[in-house]
Ligand binder design. Structure first.
Ligand code: NAI
Length: 330
């Protein structure tokens, strides 16, 4: 029996987590769950019990958590990723049946790999007279391990291209080190093309012609931004964007989206993003048939034209109705 740590989180978190747990329970593959309060419910701290649980179980499935802007406590997500050294944030974006966007006629299949433990999000800020001094750090170790992870991952999936982003023309040393680490890692994979783009041009090229990209390697900040851009391009919603935070010892699976305060408590959140994150988790655990079963349930539901309100405001169904549809099609 495999035990998974479950962190429902805030806002729509408990709604999409309970929908995903219904799907995992329907698989009947002997998964058990250790559910812990996380986020606002525990005052934004990172409880030792949660860390102990993930260290014991090695994997967790997590809902989003609220982070106050402009002050207040530091993001519990950032601290969790740093504490467990979950240095690779992998976010696949593939076109979905009956989810129409302006790119629907061009099948898209992109993967964002985001450095997850350092860079701009390991920022230290200090107020001085009339100034805020912000410092952040890129390390050789951090740049090398995310670059090596990206090429290994791309190779395993048979991907052909990796494009690394940076702003090394301005932030010369740190972003230069990030870019150079990608070219160094690429040397072991001559069959995978490695290119780089300055982030502003990258953004323009991505929205102009997304299908030219394959695997996209980003710094922590750029990866965060480009994930939402890809969700908009490929799905027209954050409701399908799944993700995995992966380290050498532990992995935490979570959707790209946040707590969606505008729809929380209304029963209309799209649970697909977390369900697809659970597919990544099942694959990580080597449970390939179970992963395929959930993925098929999701795809068949969409093929049958059953969607949530983020896709079709008028005809979209509720979180529960959509989950029922997935379970009957798995
Ligand atoms: P958000 O991702 O929560 O929402 C952006 C928009 O997407 C909203 O209109 C929302 O209704 C919609 N949306 C998001 N997920 C959806 C879903 N599953 N189904 C249907 N619609 C969905 O971003 P926002 O509003 O900027 O952030 C809200 C809070 O979430 C903030 O406190 C932020 O710090 C936190 N956050 C947490 C994350 C995490 O825990 N991993 C990631 C991103 C944001």
């Amino acid at each position: 029996m495999k035990t998974v740590t479950i962190l429902p989180g805030d806002g729509i978190g408990p709604e999409v987590v309970s929908a995903t747990l219904r799907v995992l329970e329907a698989l009947d593959i002997g998964l058990s769950f250790e559910i812990h309060d996380f986020g606002e419910a525990v005052g934004g701290v990172l409880p030792e019990t949660v860390l102990e649980s993930i260290r014991r179980n090695k994997v967790a499935l997590k809902g989003p958590t609220m982070t106050p802007s402009g002050g207040g406590y530091t993001s519990v997500n950032v601290r969790l990723r740093q504490e467990l050294e979950l240095y690779a944030n992998v976010r696949p974006f593939a076109s979905m049946p009956n989810v129409r966007t302006r790119w629907s006629d061009v099948p898209l299949d992109l993967i964002v790999v985001r450095e997850n433990t350092e860079g701009e999000y390991a920022v230290k800020e200090e107020k001085r007279e009339g100034r805020v001094v912000a410092t952040f750090e890129f390390t050789n170790k951090g740049c090398s391990r995310i670059a090596e992870f990206t090429f290994k991952y791309a190779d395993r999936l048979g991907r052909k291209k990796v494009c690394v982003s940076h702003k090394a023309n301005i932030i010369k040393l740190s972003h230069g080190m990030f870019r150079d680490a990608a070219y160094k890692a690429a040397q072991k994979y001559p069959h995978i093309a490695c290119t780089d783009l300055i982030i502003d041009n990258y953004g323009m090229q991505l929205v102009r012609n997304p299908s030219q990209f394959d695997v996209m390697l980003h710094t922590n900040l750029f990866g965060d931004i480009f994930s939402d851009v890809c969700a908009g391009l490929v799905h027209g919603s954050l409701g399908f964007a799944s993700g995995a935070n992966i380290g050498d010892e532990y992995a935490v699976f979570e959707a790209v989206h946040g707590t969606a305060p505008d729809i929380a408590g209304k029963g209309v959140a799209n649970p697909a993003a977390l369900m697809l994150s659970s597919v990544l988790m099942l694959e990580h655990l080597g449970m390939k048939d179970a992963a395929l079963s959930v993925r098929n349930g999701i795809m068949k539901t969409l093929e049958d034209g059953i969607v949530t309100k983020d896709v079709d405001r008028a005809a979209g169904v509720t979180t529960n109705e959509w989950t029922n549809a997935v379970i009957t099609r798995m």
